[in-house]
Design a protein around this ligand. Structure first.
Ligand SMILES: Nc1ncnc2c1ncn2[C@@H]1O[C@H](COP(=O)(O)OP(=O)(O)OP(=O)(O)O)[C@@H](O)[C@H]1O
Ligand SMILES: O=P(O)(O)OC[C@H]1O[C@H](OP(=O)(O)OP(=O)(O)O)[C@H](O)[C@@H]1O
Ligand SMILES: O=C(O)c1cccnc1
Length: 488
């Protein structure tokens, strides 16, 4: 048996404990529905970019317990019934999955995945799904913020050395590419996903030669058509740039172009302006300026406002570690139980009203104004509801219900697509290029006030009347029965 890329044991112990208890109880095959969503937007951004689905699909397709996994669980000596382990030997994912495609712009509270299937299976996968989607969505969103302020500049993901281990580096590079980066320095990500790989050279290259000029000449002779020289090893303006220009002119004599120089320390605005002037005065107008050094969207925006002459940005640590918000806080909540031949909505109450879950199996629609082509709101409905596009639609804020707006002349685009049906994949995986362009076309659906990186407007995500009523009725019936039990 082929070993799954991600082990079935990549889960929290309590999932396996619940699987066992359900199995003992005879309830492990009962059909349930769960929603996966997040409660608030990362980085103060106005939207998130969904990523992680490909990893989820591969995981669910390969999911099984190997003999080693079973031996490990048995070795815990918890006295579990041996027949449970026999059942695990034939364990497969048999559920239905609906998800938004990767690259889609998504908002808090809306289900980005809905799973339906035997409770035992849906419990097991919770942890891994949150793990994949939380991280990749964060990185894609951070990348989109950086892309938003860099226009057509070249963006290179440089974070592998600072990432939280291998998977984060590789899947993070992919997420950054979905969010709008052009390339990664990670060769494995290039091989695995076909992401363009780019890079320059390190300070050690320069240090390894008797002089900086020797180092630059040797590098240029190895890569005459793609030489980018790192100019800050000793002194950017007095040594690095003059040497790079000398080598650039030597390349020019051979009919070649010095592709670029890289600045990696000091005042990047000042140094890039000086570098541009020196390069231009030497006639090296086509030589691009690359910058790196602890960059993020804020630094880059500042550098741009100072008139920095930077064409290409290498961004590492702050992107790949989601430095300013290291967790998305996605959640996975049970929303319905199949009982007596029908789906019964269920919810979880919290003392924090915004954490009360919305019951039932749901669809998510993006309401697009046909006149402007822009998104007006997202509407969450019950799966059995139909939206009548020929009639005006009244939308209201689910918490501040007095906030209402009427939309006419719209189309309602369903966001969730069928991914698995009874454990079989029914979704054709798009190529990474298709995912990236899907993300770009998603951006064009939104007004700039939702896309700006500082204090964006809150995009409306509303509940249908039917769903809102179901939630209120269920809340009331739960409170009524608690009161009855307590005799109050
Ligand atoms: N003109 C500028 N305006 C705002 N921030 C800048 C400007 N120039 C550089 N920065 C940023 O300031 C920080 C400088 O960090 P730091 O002082 O640690 O680096 P350094 O001393 O220049 O280089 P090294 O990496 O060698 O330590 C980096 O995040 C860099 O991107
Ligand atoms: O700054 P980041 O956004 O993380 O980008 C990656 C950094 O990695 C390299 O630094 P290196 O490992 O040589 O260390 P340094 O910090 O001393 O430059 C490179 O020169 C960048 O500065
Ligand atoms: O290619 C580069 O310049 C590079 C790659 C990774 C990290 N820092 C720089």
């Amino acid at each position: 048996m082929k070993k799954p890329t991600v082990s079935a044991l990549h889960t929290d112990k309590y999932q396996i404990t619940m699987m066992y208890a359900h199995w003992k109880n005879g309830s492990h095959l009962k059909r349930r529905a769960f929603d996966l969503y997040f409660r608030s937007l990362p980085f103060g951004n106005g939207y998130a970019v969904f990523a992680g689905l490909e990893r989820v699909i591969r995981y669910l397709e390969e999911l099984r317990f190997t003999e080693e996994d079973i031996a490990y669980l048995q070795s815990l000596g918890e006295g579990l019934d041996p027949a449970f382990f026999d059942m695990l030997r034939s364990f497969r994912f048999n559920g239905d999955v609906y998800a938004v495609p990767e690259g889609t712009i998504v908002f808090p509270e809306e289900p980005i995945l809905r799973l339906e299937g035997p409770i035992m299976e849906l419990q097991l996968v919770e942890t891994a799904l949150l793990n994949f989607i939380g991280y990749q969505t964060l990185i894609a969103t951070k990348a989109a913020r950086i892309r938003h302020i860099t226009g057509k500049d070249v963006l290179m993901e440089f974070g592998t050395r600072r990432a939280q281990e291998v998977d984060a580096a590789v899947w993070g590079a992919r997420a950054a590419y979905i969010g709008g980066f052009d390339a990664t320095s990670n060769t494995l990500a290039g091989q695995q996903f076909g992401i363009p790989i780019l890079g320059t050279h390190a300070h050690s290259w320069v240090q390894d030669f008797p002089s900086e000029l020797d180092a630059f000449r040797a590098y240029a002779s190895a890569f005459p058509n793609q030489t980018v020289l790192l100019v800050d090893t000793y002194d950017t303006l007095r040594s690095g740039l003059p040497h790079a220009i000398k080598v650039g002119l030597e390349l020019k004599k051979q009919g070649k172009t010095l592709a670029g120089i890289r600045l990696d320390s000091g005042d990047l605005a000042y140094l890039s302006k000086r570098a541009r002037k020196m390069l231009d005065e030497a006639g090296l107008t086509e030589t691009r300026i690359v910058a790196s050094n602890d960059l993020d969207e804020t630094t880059i925006l500042n550098l741009k406002s100072q008139g920095a002459k930077i064409d290409s940005w290498g961004v590492g640590t702050k992107l790949i570690t989601a430095f300013d918000q290291p967790a998305l806080g996605a959640v996975y909540k049970m929303v319905a139980r199949w009982e007596n031949g029908h789906w019964e909505p269920t919810l979880k109450i919290s003392s924090n009203p915004s954490k009360v879950t919305t019951p039932g199996r749901k669809s998510v629609y993006r309401i697009i104004d046909l006149k402007t082509g822009k998104a007006s709101a997202d509407l969450i409905t019950s799966v059995d509801e139909k939206i009548d596009e020929s009639k005006p639609l009244t939308l209201f804020h689910p918490q501040h219900t007095f906030r209402r707006k009427k939309v006419k002349n719209f189309t309602a685009v369903s966001l969730l697509r069928p991914i698995f049906s009874a454990g079989k994949r029914v979704y054709e995986l798009p190529s990474l290029t298709e995912i990236r362009s899907h993300h770009q076309s998603q951006l064009s659906l939104f007004w700039e006030e939702y896309l700006r990186i500082l204090n964006p407007e809150e995009y409306p995500v509303d509940l249908s009347d039917q769903l809102w009523d179901t939630k209120q009725k269920l809340l009331k019936s739960i409170y009524d029965s608690i009161r009855q039990e307590n005799g109050s």
